[in-house]
Every structure is written in C-alpha cells, then in structure tokens.
Ligand binder design. Sequence first.
Ligand code: HEM
Length: 134
Amino acid sequence: MNASASPIERSFELAATRCDDLTPLVYQRLFAEHPEAQAMFRKDGGDLVRGSMLALTIEAILDFAGERRGHFRMIQCELSSHDAYGTPQELFIEFFRVIRDVLRELLGNEWSPDTDEAWKKLLLEIAGLVGSPA
Ligand code: HEM
C-alpha cells in the first residue's frame, strides 16, 4: 500500500482489498435512496454505462483529492451533460456521497477519523465546485 497516498486514495485501496467491484454496491445504494435515479438510465445501457460512469467519477475524485492534473474538471462538464439526462444538481452531488457511504460501510473499523474528515472536506469542496460557475 502506498503510504503517501491521501486518506481518500487509501480508502479506495482498502475497499479494493474487500471488494472486487464497487459498481453493484454503489448503484444498489443509490437506487435504494433515490429510486427516481434508476429511471434516468437507459434500459439497454445496462451495467457498462453504470460501471464506466462510476470508474470515471472515481478517477475524478482521486485527481481532485490528489494532484489535480485535470480529470477533476470532468465533474463540471458532466454536470451540464447530466442536465440533459434529467439529473438535478442535488442528485448529481449525491453520487459522491453514496460512494463515500459505500466505502465507509466496507471499511468498517478501518474507517478512521482522518478518513472521515478528508471525505467530509472533499464532499464540501465538490459541492462548492458544482455550485460555482465553470
Ligand atoms: C445520482 C447522480 C447521477 C445520475 C442519476 C446519473 C445519470 C446518468 C445517466 C442517465 C447517464 C447516461 C447513461 C446512458 O447513456 O444511458 C450518465 C452517464 C454518465 N455519467 Fe452520470 N449520473 C449521476 C452522477 C454522475 C457523476 C457525479 C458523474 C461524474 C462526475 C457522472 C459521470 C457520468 C459519465 C462520465 C457518463 C458517461 C456519458 C457522459 O459523458 O455523459 N455521473 N449518468
């Protein structure tokens, strides 16, 4: 494990040791909490679209929490394309919180106060990014 990784990155690394694929966990939780989100996805798009949406979101999170080389800019771009999918801004942001909650549940007692703090800060920053003009 990379000792210099941010708590955010470490939380994904630890989750990967417990679970091969976060996709089902994330979407089960999202659709349980926001049933209206399920209808926004095309029926034929299936797991591929959902899997790649999650993978790209995680890439953006890691970039935003780390070096900010550019992947994180995807967040603002996707906010406007999601307008077209009928995804309101509040729901769009919820996706990040759902990912955090899935990791927290998977990590159990390895979810440290540092990790918790780092995620709280990240979620606030993302809300600020999304709320601010591009
Ligand atoms: C709960 C919140 C969200 C909902 C309901 C949602 C819904 C959708 C839907 C309906 C699609 C189109 C799938 C299709 O072609 O059938 C999509 C695609 C996609 N979503 Fe999301 N989304 C959410 C949050 C996010 C977030 C936070 C990100 C990343 C910051 C993201 C990134 C993407 C990407 C990269 C695609 C692929 C197509 C594209 O470039 O637009 N989504 N999403």
